[in-house]
Design a protein around this ligand. Structure first.
Ligand code: CTP
Length: 397
């Protein structure tokens, strides 16, 4: 939540300017105090009154607006803001800020501010592809300015391509994360496996488990918010795709193993949150098994590879984190897995407990590190648990 956070919303001259009103409402609903600065061209698309009404502050639409509870000068606004969000951000505003131009209230405020600045660009696809724009983004990114990538789809100019303003929920999430998390995973690549695997029996049937992928996705989302580069290797799931995260979709344990080892060398940290099937049908039928063919069906199963065990053998200086799904002797079994798979940390789940584990939004876990320190956590949302796991990983020497 954003209670007590002060956000300066910069709105620039794009047709997507009307969407800024909805962004503003969502930020307000989350408890943020939001003040809007519009560029002159933005006022051609939406009336400042819209934003004044929603924000409960006078909208600033020129360098000399002075009528608000907050004393408005470029310096006072620059100091007031915890974060500056420019949404939609045109190629023009990005170019100006990249060059240090300060010729209106928004550019002047950004230049004078030490707050985090997040751009949500919206423009024509050829403008996005233009190397001049790309250079500006590169320059600003290197200086610590953040970007929420625009989306592919129909554009206001009638063309289809990259350039639509990102989904407003993603923009609000990004702001929330930016104000909540420290960037303590910068320059780290985290490889995460998630969800279940499916082991085929014939063309229509498979063996699998109840894992939804929620834990792995929560880890991926929060690691990204904390500055990590994330590679997510996931089995089938019904979750929304994660923006800006390299996501590889797999089905079987063997496919997961292949992809994990493909990206292994790039990772500093590997978190194996997937519930990988331990067994697969020995024979995969080429068509569909027909019921007329037999009164009963006996399926012979064989072991799949233990991916995490194989990773433990090759880990060297990489940090390896596993999960343990247990129905009894939680700590004892988890410790055994920690040792056998040469892990630095294991997250043990009692999957027989109500309201936790597979498919649930919450989880109750016990963390055990390689020194044998056991930390029993309370029931909490998977996103909070993801935070705790990521905190613990940073303590591993
Ligand atoms: N794991 C894996 N490959 C497998 C099975 C499990 O990489 N074929 C990983 C899981 O991602 C998890 C850890 O190993 O991080 C432990 O998984 P779990 O299912 O709890 O234990 P198993 O090792 O499969 O042993 P068992 O099912 O007998 O408890």
């Amino acid at each position: 939540m954003l209670k007590g956070k002060k956000i300066l919303l910069g709105v620039t001259g794009s047709i997507a300017a009307y969407k800024a009103a909805e962004i503003l409402s969502l930020l307000k609903k989350k408890g943020a105090d939001v003040l809007v600065i519009m560029t002159e061209s933005a006022t051609k698309f939406v009336q400042p009154l819209t934003f004044s009404t929603l924000s409960e502050h006078s909208t600033v639409d020129n360098l000399f607006s002075l009528n608000d509870k907050i004393k408005i000068t470029h310096v006072s606004l620059a100091q007031w803001a915890d974060l500056i969000l420019i949404a939609p951000a045109t190629a023009n505003i990005i170019a100006k800020i990249a060059q240090g131009i300060a010729d209106d209230m928004l550019t002047t405020t950004v230049l004078a501010s030490k707050a985090r600045v997040v751009f949500a660009p919206a423009m024509n696809k050829n403008m996005i592809a233009n190397p001049i724009y790309q250079e500006n983004v590169k320059k600003l990114s290197a200086l610590g300015y953040e970007f929420i990538d625009s989306e592919y789809g129909p554009l206001a100019c009638g063309e289809i391509g990259e350039g639509r303003l990102a989904d407003i929920r993603d923009i609000v999430d990004k702001v929330e994360y930016a104000l909540t998390f420290k960037k303590d995973y910068l320059n780290k690549t985290v490889l995460i496996t998630a969800s279940c695997t499916r082991e085929p029996l014939d063309k229509v049937r498979f063996i699998s488990n109840y894992s939804s992928g929620k834990m792995g996705f929560a880890l991926a989302k929060i690691a990204q918010a904390r500055g990590a580069r994330v590679i997510l290797i996931t089995g089938p799931n019904c979750l929304a795709a994660l923006k800006g995260i390299k996501t590889v979709l797999i089905e079987s344990a063997e496919e997961m193993k292949k992809e994990v080892f493909k990206y292994f060398s790039e990772a500093d940290i590997i978190i194996s949150a997937a519930a990988v099937a331990d067994f697969r049908p020995k024979k995969v039928f080429s068509g569909k098994i027909k019921k007329e063919e037999a009164e009963k069906l006996v399926i012979e199963l064989e072991r799949t590879s233990d991916i995490l065990y194989a990773l433990g053998k090759r880990k060297k200086n990489k940090i390896l984190v596993g999960f343990a799904a247990e129905t009894e002797n939680l700590v004892g079994n988890a410790l055994k897995k920690l040792e056998e798979k040469e892990l630095d940390l294991i997250v043990a789940n009692d999957i027989s407990a109500k309201g936790t584990g597979f498919g649930s939004d919450d989880n109750k876990a016990t963390l055990i590190n390689s020194k044998g320190v056991v930390q029993e956590l309370t029931l909490m949302p998977k996103s909070d648990l993801a935070e705790k796991i990521l905190d613990e990983i940073l303590k591993i020497k």
